[in-house]
Design a protein around this ligand. Structure first.
Ligand code: SAM
Ligand code: SF4
Length: 498
């Protein structure tokens, strides 16, 4: 690390721009009314069947549920109603996303951090953590493996909050990632979409991120509960400022990044409250800025090295509760993409994908620099937490194919301007699905030719054939043009999309 201690302290002092919080407050208050949320959770404790069914009809029409409707669904215990909820969730997912699953890989860029979140292994007081930041050369090596050997097209780049990995580093690292092109068996492999998970940024910084070609800007609120948030993010740190974090998506949208991802870290406070927080956040973005979250994440608190809260929190959730959370989010914010990661084990991921989740990672490594390391040290003090599913992308895709799902490597949406309000409308109306269907087949074929094992190729054939048949039936006008692209892909051309 080259930054001196006093430079770090000065950097921290200047981070929060109070005017970029104040301007969004209404009567000095933010949009998470804790008492109102608690009240709605109590008032909707015994939901009537008819009201639950009305809410499900709204979900099926891809309308966002109100906080009261969400609170009601959070309390359903009747097994018949629960089965109806699950069935509706499945239909909602099918209507918006059909049988497509998007895959990506996380890339941890650095673990220096000025914050002290009590649940995270990267917190500054964890003096036993091994710290590192990838150099541009090291990033190139990671991408050569991710894009050249595994075949990923999408990344989520994860950054600690520190001057070593400030906005200049983020911008430079995105450029480096996009620049790497690797020869593959039949074509060229490259990363085509980089989503970013980084601490809240100012509007000026977010404008720089927009022009550097970011996909989704993702920040998790961790907990929406004000008091809990204050307790677990020690005073004097940047992260202690709840509202600086809460309004980062407002700033992103104002800066022209119209593709944003929200999330809560489940296990820090009451799970029902957190789901309500996510729904209030989605409503706020939809109604005030015209664009809801493109993705919602619901990571669960995992044991992190030297971070006692990560194991001691009384609010840690069971597998059953996690499934309920996924179910209610799918119904309450029906248009949104939902992400489950390799933190969860294979069985949980399988089930989550069956009724709600649309994106997942594979071949995942979360040690810094560990994709290109032949013998990666997965020691607990080198990574944020331990993974639950370490299967390769090839294995995961084979399983999806067996379940008749197609893995989409499509990254066309944001490159063709299908983001923000435009994508919201396309998702709600089901029209985005048409582009996605075409691009899913093209990109899947690309990946199969370049990276798949023989066994996976074999399993994928029936899914591909079925998709091509459906395109022929459902989009006869575009079918000849599509087939021409498909043949060109098979001959080794790459990155063709609609
Ligand atoms: N430093 C940035 C921030 O906090 O926004 C981004 C990087 S941070 C590593 C990404 C996310 O990791 C956090 O938003 C948090 O939800 C999650 N995280 C931290 N500790 C965790 C733990 N023990 N288990 C699971 N997720 C954790
Ligand atoms: Fe730093 Fe983010 Fe970890 Fe908090 S969650 S300690 S901000 S890396």
């Amino acid at each position: 690390m080259t930054t001196q201690l006093h430079d770090v302290e000065n950097w921290v002092k200047d981070r929060i721009k109070q005017d970029e919080i104040t301007k969004y407050l209404v009567d000095g208050k933010d949009f998470i009314p804790d008492t109102e949320i608690e009240g709605k959770l109590v008032a909707n404790r015994s939901p009537e069947k008819a009201r639950v069914r009305d809410a499900l009809a709204k979900s099926l029409a891809i309308e966002t549920l109100t906080p009261d409707e969400t609170a009601m669904l959070l309390h359903v215990e009747d097994p018949v109603l629960l089965a109806e909820m699950k069935d509706t969730a499945l239909r909602v997912k099918k209507k918006v996303y059909d049988n497509r699953i998007v895959t990506f890989a996380p890339l941890y860029m650095g673990n220096y951090c000025v914050n002290n979140c009590l649940y995270c292994g990267f917190r500054k007081d964890n003096h036993e953590a091994k710290r590192n930041v990838l150099t541009m050369e090291e990033i190139r090596k990671e991408i050569e493996v991710l894009a050249g050997k595994i075949g990923h097209k999408r990344l989520i780049a994860v950054y600690g909050e520190h001057p070593e990995t400030g906005i200049d580093y983020i911008v430079e690292s995105l450029k480096t990632i996009y620049d790497v092109k690797v020869n593959t068996k039949y074509g060229i492999g490259n990363i085509r979409r980089v989503n970013v998970n980084a601490a809240p940024l100012s509007i000026e910084e977010l404008k720089l991120l927009r022009v550097s070609g970011i996909g989704t800007y993702q920040v998790f609120q961790e907990t929406y509960h004000h008091d809990t948030y204050g307790r677990i993010h020690p005073k004097g740190t940047i992260k202690a400022n709840y509202q600086w974090r809460l309004y980062c998506m407002h700033r992103a949208l104002e800066a022209g990044i119209d593709d944003v991802g929200i999330g809560a870290l489940f296990g820090l406070y009451d799970w029902k409250f957190e789901v309500m927080g996510l729904v209030y956040h989605a409503w706020e973005l939809e109604t005030k800025l015209g664009i809801g979250p493109h993705t919602v994440s619901f990571p669960r608190l995992e044991p992190a090295f030297n971070s006692p809260l990560s194991v001691e929190s009384p609010y840690r959730i069971s597998d059953e509760i996690l499934k309920r959370i996924i179910l209610v989010i799918r119904l309450a914010i029906p248009y949104t993409g939902m992400i489950i990661t390799a933190r969860e084990n294979a069985e949980m991921r399988r089930e989550a994908i069956s009724f709600g989740v649309t994106q997942t990672d594979a071949s995942t490594k979360i040690g810094i620099g560990s994709y290109s390391d032949e013998n990666p040290d997965q020691a607990e003090n080198k990574q944020q937490f331990m993974l639950g599913d370490t299967r390769s992308l090839d294995e995961v895709i084979r399983e999806f194919s067996e379940k008749h799902s197609i893995t989409s490597f499509c990254t066309a949406g944001y490159r063709c301007g299908r983001t923000g309000e435009c994508i919201m409308e396309l998702l709600r109306s089901g029209k985005e699905g048409k582009f996605c269907k075409l691009n899913a087949v093209l990109t899947f074929q690309e990946w199969l030719d370049d990276f798949a094992s023989d066994e996976t190729k074999l399993r994928a054939q029936s899914v591909l054939q079925k998709e091509i048949e459906e395109i022929r039936e459902q989009m006869p006008a575009i079918f000849p043009q599509f087939m021409e692209c498909y043949e060109r892909i098979k001959k080794g051309e790459r990155d063709l999309y609609f």
